[in-house]
Ligand binder design. Structure first.
Ligand code: GAR
Length: 211
């Protein structure tokens, strides 16, 4: 329970896509199921749906150009993202379909306070279009994972996972849709647990304490 006068737990969200995960996290905060508030949304894509979703909810939303690289932020961009997150006093950085790798300087600035959602049961199928990887591999079960971000690709300590069966007649689209439905349950639950101070990291293991 947050005491009177205590500062709200503030979240900065980074995304490159349509923003459905951002939307469920923001709505959980607004509904009070997650004791937090989304203070800021940043995107590396000027016309990303996530920016529109944020504006519709009255949340500050900014496009910050990523700079000269394709898969990461350049130094100037990194600085601009960090400044925006600091100015918004973000306690936690939530990656919601942010399609760039964060480098060490960024990770150090928010050490242990950056989380990501990935559309597979990690460590299976890291990287791009994980649902297509699962189909191509012939997996019978896949799902989604929320994890802390470290210097590797989709490799940090796992906070939570939700399984999704792969059906015989699945296409990449139908499978991705069911994974996203699972993501929309899992991400707000994990964010709420972190905001409540329930989550403890012990080496590679993340422990869910009692509320
Ligand atoms: C989500 O399915 C998320 O798992 C995936 O991008 C999608 C964003 O959707 N992220 C990755 O693949 C990162 N490796 P959204 O914009 O509707 O939240």
């Amino acid at each position: 329970m947050r005491m009177m006068g205590e500062r709200k737990f503030l979240i900065g969200v980074l995304g490159s896509g349509k923003g459905s995960n951002f939307a469920v996290v923001a709505d959980a905060c607004r509904a009070g199921t997650a004791p937090a508030e989304v203070a800021l949304v940043l995107s590396d894509v000027a016309d990303a749906g996530i920016l529109e979703q944020a504006r519709q909810r009255g949340i500050q939303a900014r496009f910050i150009p990523p700079g000269k690289f394709r898969t990461r932020l350049d130094e100037e961009a990194e600085q601009a993202y960090l400044e925006a997150l600091r100015a918004a006093r973000a306690d936690l950085v939530v990656l919601a379909g942010f399609m760039r790798v964060l480098k060490q300087r960024f990770l150090n600035a928010f050490a242990g306070r950056i989380i990501n959602i990935h559309p597979s049961l990690l460590p299976a199928f890291p990287g791009l279009e994980a649902w297509k990887q699962a189909l191509a591999h012939g997996a019978k079960v896949t799902g989604c994972t929320v994890h802390f971000v470290d210097a590797g690709v989709d490799s940090g300590p796992i906070i939570g996972q939700q399984a999704v069966p792969v059906l015989d007649d699945d296409t990449p689209e139908t499978l991705h849709q069911r994974i996203q439905a699972a993501e929309h349950e899992l991400y707000p639950r994990c964010v709420a647990a972190i905001a409540r101070g329930q989550i403890r990291v012990e080496g590679r293991r993340v422990v869910w304490g009692k509320t």
